[in-house]
Design a protein around this ligand. Structure first.
Ligand SMILES: [Zn+2]
Length: 67
């Protein structure tokens, strides 16, 4: 753990992973079809300093970084 994290606690910030977007050509090659591989984007908190992840943040933890 980073020394600053030990002294002051982690500095959480939002991280999201957008669904992977892929463009596929249709059979006649005149149109592009948009397909998404992941239906739901992932969301987690990550410490700015040491990179520690909080995969399942509670409501209180999210509130704390919003103010
Ligand atoms: Zn940290």
């Amino acid at each position: 753990m980073n020394i600053f994290c030990r002294l002051f606690g982690h500095t959480w910030w939002h991280q999201t992973e957008n669904p992977k977007v892929a463009w596929n050509t249709t059979k006649n090659l005149s149109e592009l079809a948009l397909t998404t591989e992941q239906p739901e984007p992932r969301f987690w908190l990550e410490c700015r300093r040491c990179g520690e992840r909080n995969e399942n943040p509670t409501r209180d933890e999210i509130k704390r970084i919003n103010c």
